[in-house]
Design a protein around this ligand. Structure first.
Ligand SMILES: Cc1cc2nc3c(=O)[nH]c(=O)nc-3n(C[C@H](O)[C@H](O)[C@H](O)COP(=O)(O)OP(=O)(O)OC[C@H]3O[C@@H](n4cnc5c(N)ncnc54)[C@H](O)[C@@H]3O)c2cc1C
Length: 422
């Protein structure tokens, strides 16, 4: 690929900005990112959040090694200010199903034999083991699991903003507030894209990084990718309460949910419930994309709220009955096997798609763009698991690290509306 080829990146979220950054650093001079949000970080990016877990335990050593590489970069100047290596407390409560307990054991095995974690892991077998690593907890926490000190979290919204600035400084053109409607073709060659407002962008190479909304612009990917939403909420702490919890590890009871150290600036504590997430299928059930109306993502189900409160009741009971703020559903793009899809789109030229984040891609922000650059330059994807897959997705509830059964939020919302009108 010529360094002065025009490269169009659709979507300015996690994968989009990382791609723009790595291409610009490699000397590409005509990079344009088109993002529908008018603000930075993009409102609808799954990465636009107080924080995200940065950890490298995966059941699969392939991703563990990549995540370790990413953590190295999270410690370096561009990303370093947004990374807090507070550790990761991963456990199950006594009520956890066997499947959930087995997942945790596989996570532990994946890192306990790896030299990077030598002397970084401590077993959690009794309450005093938790006090040793995190004295601020006040709950009974009858949990078992382990503490991994080689992990933490990123201030994700702030990291995206920093990467946006770095891209601008490298000469990347970023068009905010433009919603891509169509890809443009000449024969089978993709020559760019057009927006709802009628703007047309020309490109030698077009890279689609539209997160959970990818199928709306690239419908041929719908059988292998579906939008899946996960609930989250926040609790407002006082400055004193936040100070008392400073340094708290990321805490994840796999059957209940997880929460983070309170944010240093806002004193908000973010909490998420565990679960298989929700789809939002269209009426003909051909694709799951996030709902068009923002209010359809601005609530959480009572069952998820109950899990969040139970998680807190067991760990920080003084917070268990506090109001939950900014409750919402955050949307990812799930692939069948939770592998990313980074490949040329079959049947077209000049069109690459980066998708299938499956809820675990934010940690890769510092390095993901390198993988896209490689595909762009080599004209093919060498990593079989990241190739486009011609499969019919039946549902991936069997994914070992997901808890529970997935439901369709559109159907549940319709039922809620009917009930509220009764
Ligand atoms: C609740 C929750 C918790 C998570 N926790 C973690 C975690 O702890 N650790 C971790 O590593 N990952 C986590 N993730 C996953 C992580 O956030 C995603 O994997 C990652 O952000 C996906 O990146 P993306 O670029 O594919 O999508 P996004 O970051 O969502 O970017 C897609 C962009 O495309 C834009 N867009 C969409 N449609 C259009 C259009 N038509 N025109 C123009 N622009 C458009 C959007 O506005 C958005 O900015 C979590 C996700 C959720 C939902």
């Amino acid at each position: 690929m010529q360094r002065d080829a025009s490269i169009l990146i659709l979507g300015g979220g996690t994968f989009g900005l990382s791609t723009a950054y790595h291409l610009a650093r490699a000397g590409y001079t005509k990079i344009t990112v088109v993002e529908k949000s008018a603000t930075v970080p993009p409102e609808q990016s799954a990465g636009n959040d107080l924080n995200k877990i940065i950890r490298a335990e995966y059941e699969d050593p392939f991703y563990a090694d990549l995540a370790l590489e990413a953590i190295e970069q999270w410690r370096k100047p561009l990303f370093g200010p947004y990374y807090r290596e507070v550790g990761y407390l991963l456990a199950t409560s006594p009520a956890a199903e066997e499947k959930t307990k087995a997942t945790l054991q596989r996570s532990l095995r994946s890192i306990s034999q790896h030299p990077a974690w030598e002397s970084k892991i401590r077993p959690i077998e009794k309450r005093s083991d938790i006090s040793d690593v995190a004295p601020a907890f006040t709950g009974a926490m009858p949990w078992t699991g382990y503490f991994n000190s080689l992990a933490g979290y990123a201030h994700s919204a702030d990291a995206l903003t920093a990467l946006y600035s770095a891209c601008c400084a490298l000469g990347v053109q970023i068009e905010l507030g433009e919603t891509i409607e169509h890809l443009r073709y000449e024969g089978s060659c993709c020559i760019g894209a057009s927006t709802k407002s009628g703007k047309q962008f020309d490109a030698t190479a077009t890279i689609v990084t539209l997160g959970a909304s990818v199928s709306a612009v690239l419908p041929s990917i719908a059988p292998q990718i579906k939008a899946v939403g996960f609930p989250l909420a926040h609790i407002q702490l006082s400055p004193e309460e936040a100070k008392r919890l400073r340094g708290l590890p990321v805490t994840y009871a796999r059957d209940l949910g997880f929460f983070f150290e309170p944010d240093h600036r806002t004193h908000l504590l973010k909490v998420c419930s565990a679960g298989a997430g929700y789809t939002w299928f269209n009426a003909s059930e051909t694709m799951s994309v996030p709902p068009a109306e923002p209010e359809d993502s601005a609530f959480i189900m009572d069952s998820d709220e109950a899990k969040m409160r139970e998680l807190l009741r067991q760990s920080l009971p003084e917070l268990a009955d506090r109001p939950l703020l900014d409750k919402r559903i955050c949307w990812c793009a799930d692939s069948l096997d939770t592998d990313f899809v980074i490949d040329y789109v079959p049947g077209s030229e000049g069109l690459i798609v980066v998708s299938g984040d499956s809820g675990h891609a934010f940690k890769m922000l510092p390095i993901a763009g390198q993988w896209v650059k490689k595909v762009l330059e080599e004209g093919r994807q060498d990593v079989p698991r990241w190739r486009w897959k011609e499969v019919e997705m039946q549902g991936n509830e069997s994914v070992s690290w997901r808890v529970g059964t997935r439901k369709d939020l559109r159907e549940l919302t319709q039922q809620r509306t009917v009930i509220s009108k009764l």
